[in-house]
Design a protein around this ligand. Sequence first.
Ligand code: CP3
Length: 362
Amino acid sequence: MTPIANDTLLRALLREPTDYTPLWLMRQAGRYLPEYNATRARAGSFLGLAQNPDYATEVTLQPLDRYALDAAILFSDILTVPDAMGLGLSFAAGEGPRFARPLRTEADVAALRAPDLDRLRYVFDAVAQIRRALVRDGSQRVPLIGFSGSPWTLACYMIEGSGSDDWRQAKTMMYARPDLMHRVLEINAQAVAAYLNAQVAAGAQAVMLFDSWGGALADGAFQTFSLAYSRRVIEQLVREHEGRRVPVILFTKGGGPWLDAMADSGADALGVDWTVNLGAARARVGDRVALQGNLDPSVLFAPPERIAEQARSVLDSFGPIAPGQAAGHVFNLGHGISQFTPPEHVDALVEAVHAHSRTLRR
Ligand code: CP3
């Protein structure tokens, strides 16, 4: 088996000691990078990029060639799963995602099935190809993270048919016909578990559930319609592969009020957005889970000195780490990196996180 040259990410997710705090960035391969835009132009479209394993491999590696990041994340999208269910995904230029056949009626929901995983073969092929491309001088540079949308976040797009400010259609179904919503979530949970297990079988070494819209839910509704189904996914996941534990990260944007319940979801780590104080979150979750986050992505618009200062403040907020003791912090942004981020500003962030986190362990 090929060793991993830098497995700091996996150790931090499993709350094992590390010499520094590892970091990666949500949406680290994306439009802020000129090389990404060049590959996307060659591919013709975002979906052309995501559905071609050669292109997906190329763009996955682009941020690693520029920055000393501690993980690769599969280049794909959460909406590939509903697309494989037959909902008809497209991305109009300059707009967000759209489904041609959203779930609106009882008959739409009755006809919904978990997808044939063969329709997502291009994703698993990309995972296997990225793993091979990560090997340099006989060892794998950094671990590869796989991902999926949470059952709830996928349901939001599947019912609404696009992004939304208020998720009116999705929430109408949830309150008016909770039976239909539960059926969608049940199917999504089966689909997501099978999809993530297939990514692990193909070579993903950690997996992340993106619950981007869990924070749009009321207290009570979050536990019933989001967390319960994320837990159901996590229960079904293969947790060991190639002789290593496969950590699971659960990220609910806006999930700060529910960290205590999320810490009992079965996940190894919780992603948190910038509204959360990491030290307070650490005290809440104790030794149950590691934490991932949580710099405001807008900090990256400021000059490099301000970025370094804000990065140090996020690291300091996590609190002291005794040398050789488990820390359980993975540095990340609180949400995806903006397309308007100057690429050279990311250098300042990576440098500051690595340098300052080493000083915290002395
Ligand atoms: O993190 C990574 O680098 C891996 C790639 C990745 C993408 N999407 C690529 C992408 C990941 C992990 C996602 C997850 C995703 N996709 C989420 C959850 C995370 C979050 O942001 O809350 C959601 C909600 C989606 C759905 C989605 N995909 C939207 C709403 C959009 C349009 C908005 C936008 O930023 O343009 C996408 C498109 C998308 N997915 C792009 C990328 C790089 C931009 C498309 C392009 O290149 O034109």
